[in-house]
Design a protein around this ligand. Structure first.
Ligand code: ADP
Ligand code: MN
Length: 533
């Protein structure tokens, strides 16, 4: 779109410049494909060096001016802004930016009015639904308002109306939103815009009694998709890139909310992708409320996302189905909730371990299937697993005794069996062995608890014996040392038979006296939290 050297022999450089100026003006006025009215193309004659120079200068100036005036032009794309009408994109963008600014001011005003209206009264009216700015921008919006995790895989499938809890309202204190409000704001398509990618501005539709026609909604949806792809491209090198690829959009949104609320500073990237979970590193932020339960967020956090694809979890049923702490709930839950229960289980187990002083991650927050905990490691580098680290024989011996002690503490003080203990789930950090990955850990009275313990002992024993620790106990001795049981069988088959007999005895005891009679349920923060449905 440059003026080509079409000035005739007799057209002076000055005329050309005027012509260029006019051209620039035309471009500004967004009229595409307009030819210079003064210039009549004459193919045969080329212009002077001075002309070319001024032409290039004019071109440069034009580009500069355009870039300054409409910084966003080049990146805009999507159904609204395609091919021929590129020139109008900046207007649209500007209008959107102005609208956003207006909305912000409007909301600030609304907040002031709400505050004035409610004063100190105990019952308060929320103006939330009249707000204009997209909820993702709103860091203090109640986290549990919409259980959209249950809208299943595709956010764009026809959505069920947002369920209102039985109690008839959501939120607490000043943020109460009643179901009547939801009727007002819950027009299907408008509400579904909430499922668009984080950061996608859907304007002031949400929160108003707006009915979007399918046509408009589909256009928006299309645009949201391409915007998401575009932003993924643009931010390829930035902090969210890995996160975006490794988890589904809804999980990403939950993680985004954690950043948006200030709880996390940034999510830097993925540390591990396993069969059942994806782990991210993040820098911790801070919680705003200074209430007594507010926690200090660790400088570095690990975010463990339990995978919501169900396949991998099928064969883990036995760990949780027979865990009496979760038994009553198990049968009633849908698979998605069961996955959340894994996260919850890990949280409870870590809490117990923390109390016993076992080196392990500290729980920061549990949100659905996402567990945020302290990061074991430094400067984004996770502590190595015992499997990976090269220890001196002295350190190896030290690590062994620590492990033995950890297992005893876990069994006696936490009433837990790790059930997946091996050099893969022990980290070496600051001269200590740290235990991780305890979502599958069970109480020893679990119908298979002692078998799990035996397996743990075998892994530990083999690892340290192969690693040259002469003092390392054999698997059966280790089992007795940890459990305090005195199983005397001197071969594995008999040993296992005795273990199973013990488990059976315990089960019979439980059948007769109930699970509680076993009386080792320790307080780990009360019964498992029930999710508000
Ligand atoms: P999985 O079930 O996928 O094995 P883990 O809890 O073992 O899940 O986590 C996988 C990997 O992520 C670990 O091997 C470890 O390297 C890393 N990791 C997990 N939690 C933390 C943490 N709190 N700090 C540092 N690294 C961690
Ligand atoms: Mn693991």
């Amino acid at each position: 779109m440059i003026v080509s050297s079409e000035g005739g022999k007799d057209s002076s450089a000055a005329l050309l410049r005027i012509c260029l100026k006019a051209r620039v003006l035309q471009l500004r006025c967004c009229v595409p494909q307009i030819k210079c009215p003064w210039a009549t193309p004459q193919n045969t004659i080329s212009c002077s060096l001075a002309d070319v120079m001024s032409e290039q200068l004019a071109k440069e100036l034009q580009l500069e001016e355009e870039a300054a005036a409409f910084p966003e032009v080049a990146v805009a794309e999507g159904p609204f802004i395609t091919g021929e009408n590129t020139d109008t994109s900046s207007d649209l963008m500007l209008a959107q930016m102005l609208q956003m600014e207006f909305d912000r001011e409007y909301d600030a005003q609304l907040r002031r009015e709400e505050k004035k209206f409610n004063g100190d009264s105990k019952v308060s009216i929320s103006f939330e639904n009249y707000r204009k700015v997209h909820p993702y921008e709103d860091s203090d919006s109640s986290e549990d308002e919409v259980d959209w995790q249950d809208t299943r895989d595709d956010p764009y499938i026809p959505a069920k109306p947002v369920p209102t809890p039985k109690k008839g309202f959501i939120g607490k204190g000043k943020d109460i939103t009643t179901k009547h409000d939801e009727v007002v704001c819950g027009r299907k398509n408008t509400a579904r815009m909430e499922n668009f990618a984080p950061g996608f501005q859907v304007g002031d539709g949400i929160g108003m009694d707006l009915k979007l026609s399918n046509h408009v909604f589909n256009a928006l949806k299309q645009h949201a998709y391409s915007e998401e792809r575009r932003s993924a491209r643009l931010h390829e090198k930035k902090e969210h890139s890995t996160a975006e690829k490794a988890v589904d959009p809804k999980t990403r949104l939950l993680m985004y909310k954690m950043v948006n609320s200030g709880m996390l500073e940034t999510i830097t990237g993925c540390i591990s992708t396993g069969k059942e979970s994806v782990v991210f590193h993040a820098y911790g932020g801070s919680t705003e409320d200074e209430k007594e339960d507010s926690k200090v967020i660790p400088t570095e956090c690990a975010i463990k996302v339990f995978k919501t694809t169900l396949n991998e979890f099928k064969n883990r049923d036995k760990y949780i189905k027979d865990d009496f702490r979760f038994k009553d709930r198990f049968s009633k839950l849908n698979p998605r909730k069961i996955i959340r229960m894994w996260a919850e289980k890990e949280m409870h187990n870590l809490t117990r371990m923390q109390r016993a002083g076992i080196p392990c991650p500290t729980v920061v927050l549990l949100k659905k299937h996402i567990l945020v905990m302290s990061f074991i490691g430094h400067d984004q580098v996770p502590a190595p697993k015992l499997k990976e680290v090269k220890l001196s024989s002295e350190e190896m011996k030290e690590a062994y005794y620590q492990t033995l002690h950890l297992m005893q503490q876990l069994y006696n003080e936490c009433t837990l069996v790790h059930a997946d203990l091996s050099e893969y789930n022990m980290l070496w950090h600051a001269g200590k062995v740290w235990l991780i990955d305890v979502s599958q850990s069970v109480e020893p009275t679990h119908p298979h608890g002692l078998e799990f313990l035996f397996r743990d002992c075998r892994n530990v024993s083999q690892f340290f014996q192969k690693g040259g620790v002469k003092e390392a106990l054999g698997e059966r001795e280790l089992f007795n040392a940890v459990s305090g049981l005195n199983i005397s069988a001197d071969n594995e088959a008999d040993f296992l038979a005795e273990i199973e007999a013990l488990e059976k005895m315990n089960e019979d005891h439980v059948q007769k006296n109930g699970r509680k009679a076993a009386s080792f349920l320790k307080d780990d923060g009360g019964p498992p939290v029930l999710y508000d449905e």
